[in-house]
Design a protein around this ligand. Structure first.
Ligand SMILES: Cc1cc2nc3c(=O)[nH]c(=O)nc-3n(C[C@H](O)[C@H](O)[C@H](O)COP(=O)(O)O)c2cc1C
Length: 288
């Protein structure tokens, strides 16, 4: 798969055509899910396909989506997973990989937030011991256009930026905003990123989707490794923070595999201690 192209093409879709998706394409996505890249390989997870979009929409409207505003789509994929260390990040990693496959198939998608795993399971009558960890709307967008401002150096995040969710434009922070060099707050130079062969991996990672487009991530690039931190945002529940982390880890992993070598993420803190602000926490690190 040409991941760079797929990442550049992907956008979240909220308005879908009212037409069924080709069965073969949908079933292909479920097959792909089973062989997609894993963050934590020994966690069992499964993608369940709902071809009857109305069934899912009617049952989840009011209890999934931002403020309970469920996205209406012709089909949905529900991810269920065993509950083990790293299972949410792993769901996002695998699910987003499947989303990139959907983009390759010309399909459009959107992650859908939810509060209670149990109520989703109950409402959809899912007969599984696994936990519901992800909901993805799948279909064909009414409007295929994508608006991106990758060159924008970015103001600080504020609530007014939320309008982008409504406008369906996707603002992204700049590399300088999200990468520190060796310690918190120290700026990174483009020369350093080039010298380390990491320009592409970070440039594409920053295009990762995040709930409410909060882009809550900051990296510390050190000599032998990179550290991922995530902001504790009061408007985002913890599970979503972990989803956001999983998605950006996937993007970094895929592009570093294409351009450098497969960078393996480890959940938890590296040996070296970093001083980071209270509202951030270290999620993972990778050896470079
Ligand atoms: C974990 C997660 C949950 C999301 N939940 C919703 C949602 O419930 N409703 C919605 O409209 N968009 C949702 N999104 C999409 C984000 O709003 C979107 O990724 C972000 O605004 C950036 O836009 P883009 O994906 O088009 O680049 C979610 C994204 C992620 C990663």
């Amino acid at each position: 798969m040409n991941y760079m192209k797929l990442i550049r093409t992907r956008k979240s879709t909220r308005d879908f055509k009212n037409e069924a998706v080709n069965d073969k394409k949908l079933e292909g996505l479920i097959k792909y899910f089973d062989k997609a890249h894993r963050l934590v390989p020994d966690i069992q997870l499964e993608a369940i396909l709902f071809k009857d979009g109305d069934y899912v929409f009617d049952r989840l409207d009011g209890c999934a989506g931002y403020n309970g505003m469920m996205i209406k789509a012709p089909s949905y994929i529900i991810i269920v997973s065993d509950n083990k260390e790293g299972y949410i990040e792993n769901t996002a990693f695998v699910g987003e990989n499947m989303i990139l496959k959907a983009v390759e198939e010309g399909l459009d998608t959107c992650w859908i937030s939810f509060q209670s795993c149990d109520s989703i399971k109950e409402r959809l009558c899912l007969d599984t011991a696994k936990e519901v960890t992800g909901i993805i709307a799948v279909g064909n967008a009414l409007d295929k256009k994508k608006v991106l401002n990758p060159a924008d150096t970015g103001d600080n995040y504020s609530k007014s930026d939320m309008k982008i969710v409504v406008d369906n434009t996707s603002f992204r922070y700049s590399l300088e905003d999200i990468i520190y060099y060796k310690q918190w707050g120290d700026p990174i130079s483009y020369d350093e990123l080039e010298r380390r062969g990491l320009m592409d991996a970070f440039s594409y990672a920053r295009l990762a989707p995040s709930s409410l487009n909060t882009q809550p991530w900051k990296f510390i690039l050190d000599e032998g490794h990179v550290v991922l931190t995530i902001k504790d945002d009061p408007q985002i529940i913890q599970r979503e923070e972990k989803m956001n982390a999983g998605v950006i880890m996937l993007y970094f992993y895929l592009i570093s595999s294409d351009t450098l070598y497969g960078v393996q993420w480890h959940l938890g803190k590296p040996e070296k201690e970093y001083e980071i602000p209270e509202e951030y926490k270290i999620v993972s690190w990778a050896r470079l």
